[in-house]
Ligand binder design. Structure first.
Ligand code: SAH
Ligand code: SF4
Length: 403
């Protein structure tokens, strides 16, 4: 698809600018909601019931204001609105690809003394399902050579609230919440939900923001709220080996590994975290992944780079390496971005590569590039957010001048 056929619709910054400094309830679990209620004088004996009501409105119904919470008394609604917000990011832009993929640039208010930050979130509608690609960090500390996000320095980790807010804001924009006007107690239909799957494959390395990602995914998978099954949540990592076991035991979602090369020498270059945790250690962590079984396979992502990692000898080596690991192999045609140094493999070569992998008994879907025309495809995400300059940090007292 030609990159200049831009079928995008840009929006003026509008929606719900959340500039208030009030703490947001989005991202809080039940205990934190109860504590927030306690802090505004709700007696302890009511906190459990009230926090369950808040949970229902925030995460199941997608209420955007306290006013909508019809079974919460007016006085309490007022007190809540005085002290708290329901974080919605500002929608800086919304682009819609010719293939229906949507990409949003969301802006979140500053955390502490920082600047507002912007992240991208992508919605990919498919036959019978819809996948939301969610960001975990603004920028990335890692510098994978083929990835656009890798050219943006890490600005900061997203909070659990900002990760959950991407899901809520996206569902709100595509009309994927039950109508607030429906009778109280209506539940999200299990069938026909527009966002059925979540992939932590947006900007950033989720395992370098483990605690916030875990918290956000616990909320996203809670059956009384956003209700996304853990089997439909996939976390992709470049290979942060020490956090892989915890991903299985503490989050329990599906795992994807950005492998991309079968020799350490090449992987050191493409995915530099390999110098710290080389292929053998990474695959050992995969073999030990809690919950791994034929029904819960690990996805190995392999970006197809012309003349770099796409030979049939490499396909055979890939199969050899993964022996004994219940695995799927996802071949990703390289998505170019301005200034990228690689080319996508020829289609014939990708098919031959897939055939070798297939013949060895692995499912090896070739991921159809989606949303390339709006730079929404894998590895094309980047936002203009930058870290504060040293001078700005000095003037805001974040570092000592001259230190
Ligand atoms: N940081 C995590 C998750 C985000 S990247 C990780 O690296 O796994 C999501 C996937 O897109 C990863 O497999 C990544 O390697 C891949 N990717 C990055 N840049 C790409 C590009 N230009 N074309 C195709 N895939 C790319
Ligand atoms: Fe970061 Fe993943 Fe991109 Fe590597 S591929 S730079 S880990 S976002």
């Amino acid at each position: 698809m030609s990159l200049d056929t831009l079928a995008a619709e840009r929006r003026e910054p509008t929606a719900h600018p959340s500039t208030s400094a009030k703490p947001s309830l989005i991202g809080m679990d039940r205990a934190a909601l109860a504590a927030a209620l306690g802090a505004i004088g709700v007696p302890q004996r009511q906190q459990k019931m009230r926090s369950a009501q808040l949970w229902h409105w925030l995460y199941l119904r997608g209420a955007a204001s306290f006013d909508a919470m019809s079974n919460v008394g007016r006085d309490l609604r007022q007190a809540l609105a005085e002290h708290y917000s329901i974080l919605r990011p500002e929608i800086v832009s919304e682009q819609i690809s010719v293939d229906g993929t949507r990409k949003w640039l969301f802006r979140f208010p500053p955390e502490g003394a920082g600047r507002p930050v912007e992240v991208e979130t992508v919605y990919i509608p498919e036959e019978g399902r819809g996948t939301l690609c969610v960001s975990s960090q603004v920028g990335c500390t890692l510098t994978c050579r083929f990835c656009h996000t890798g050219t943006q320095r890490l600005v900061r980790n997203l909070t659990a609230g900002e990760i959950v807010a991407q899901i809520i804001a996206a569902r709100e924009r595509i009309g994927d919440f039950p109508d607030l006007a429906t009778p109280e107690g209506a539940i999200v239909p299990a069938e026909g939900r527009l966002v059925s799957n979540i992939v932590m494959m947006g900007m950033g390395e989720p395992l370098y923001n483990f605690d916030n990602v875990r918290e956000a995914l616990r909320i996203a998978s809670d059956g009384e709220g956003l209700s996304l099954s853990k089997r439909r949540i996939t976390l992709s990592t470049s290979g942060v080996v020490p956090e892989i076991a915890r991903t299985g035991s503490e989050i329990g979602c599906m795992l994807a590994i950005s492998l991309h090369a079968v020799r350490d020498e090449l992987r050191d270059e493409l995915v530099p975290i390999n110098k710290k945790w080389p292929i053998a250690e990474l695959l050992q962590a995969c073999r030990n992944y809690p919950g791994l079984s034929n029904a819960r396979r690990i996805t190995f992502e392999y970006v197809m780079l012309k003349g770099v990692n796409d030979s049939l000898a490499e396909a055979r080596e890939l199969v050899r390496l993964l022996k004994g690991i219940p695995a799927k192999i996802n071949l990703i045609p390289f998505n170019p971005w301005p200034g990228s140094a690689y080319e996508c493999s020829d289609w014939d070569q990708i098919e031959l590569f897939a055939e070798v992998v297939n013949r060895a008994g692995y499912a090896s879907p070739i991921r159809t590039p989606r949303g390339r025309d709006i730079f929404a495809a894998c590895g094309q995400l980047k936002s203009a957010s930058e870290r504060l300059t040293r001078r700005e940090r000095e003037t805001q007292g974040l570092v000592e001048a001259g230190a």
